[in-house]
Design a protein. Structure first.
Length: 326
């Protein structure tokens, strides 16, 4: 980063004050703590305290406090607001230029973030975990996270990840990841029921038996065809000679149910996730269920960022316990 003095006079808002006249207070820049110097430079570059805090992975209150202490130490205001825009004062521009020049003499710390890989069942990612992951990223712009959506048992067996959240049939976590993990933890049991959009079905006209489904189009997510516990639903779909749509996209399947008067198999919690959807219980005698399991790669379980991620997953499921009660 370099600064050049534009043409013009000091009255011009684009004018940069000359830096060839050293100010006595600038001598303190040499002794500034590296972390404080980084706080200042990132804030100056972002032009927003909130974004700077996200980039640095610190609380904005801490950032503002450290910068206020810096201004007290230097006895000069470094930032000012012009309307809603954050800008540097004359002294702030001088300090920025000084620190940039010093950066060639000392390396300010760049904290490398470990790459964390999260593998998660696609439906869980979309319905349950997605919003909390977005909130995590909104608070921490420096995180390095790779999210892998699991849409099949083959994908689960072939991936390598630090944290794995998957769905399995029965009371055991098999089939699970192929690499060494911590003891799998069961997070919830998910019951599955056919669903339809409320606006396309009056209460008195909703189907009560599998035969009643003949008047409705069915939509099936291709991934569900592999699941043994969904056999009642899968057999019904396979017997259809007309009025059935199969697709690879979970999200598009949801849109088909919401907007096309289709009936599709979804977790029983979906009416809580989307108030426009309603479950159709009683159509099948045999329950259709999956268990949600969580495990951590044994090579990654001591990494702080991995622990933070697993805590977020536990908290998310605990806050939604009522979703999984039928």
């Amino acid at each position: 980063m370099s600064f050049t003095e534009p043409a013009g006079r000091p009255g011009n808002p684009d004018y940069r004050w000359p830096q060839d006249k050293p100010e006595p207070w600038l001598a303190q820049a040499v002794a500034l703590d590296d972390e404080v110097a980084q706080y200042f430079l990132v804030s100056a570059r972002c032009g927003c305290f909130m974004q700077a805090a996200r980039s640095l992975n610190v609380r904005s209150t801490l950032l503002r406090k450290q910068l206020a202490l810096l201004e007290q130490q230097l006895e000069h205001a470094l930032f000012s607001f012009q309307g809603s825009a954050l800008s540097l004062t004359r002294e702030g521009q001088q300090l920025q230029a000084k620190l940039v020049a010093l950066a060639h003499e000392r390396k300010l710390p760049v904290v490398e973030q470990p790459l964390i890989r999260l593998a998660v069942a696609e439906s869980i990612l979309h319905d349950i975990l997605g919003r909390d992951l977005i909130a995590l990223l909104r608070r921490n712009a420096s995180v390095r996270l790779e999210i892998i959506a699991l849409d099949s048992e083959l994908a689960l067996q072939s991936i390598s990840a630090d944290v794995v959240l998957w769905l399995a049939h029965g009371e055991t976590p098999s089939p699970g990841p192929a690499f060494a993990t911590s003891q799998p933890q069961r997070l919830a049991r998910l019951d599955y029921l056919p669903h339809i959009a409320k606006r396309y079905s009056r209460v008195t006209a909703r189907p009560d038996t599998p035969d009643d489904l003949a008047d409705f189009m069915l939509v099936q997510w291709q991934h569900d065809r592999q699941i043994d516990s969904f056999r009642p639903w899968n057999n019904l779909v396979e017997q259809r000679l007309a009025g059935v749509v199969q697709m690879q996209s979970y999200e598009l399947m949801l849109e088909m149910i919401r907007c096309s008067a289709c009936i599709g198999l979804l977790p029983a919690y979906m009416s809580r996730y989307d108030r426009g959807l309603v479950a159709l219980p009683g159509l099948f005698d045999e329950p259709m269920q999956l268990q949600a399991w969580l495990a951590v790669n044994t090579d990654s379980q001591d990494i702080a960022e991995v622990q933070t991620l697993t805590e977020l997953i536990h908290r998310t499921f605990n806050e939604r316990q009522e979703w999984f009660q039928t």
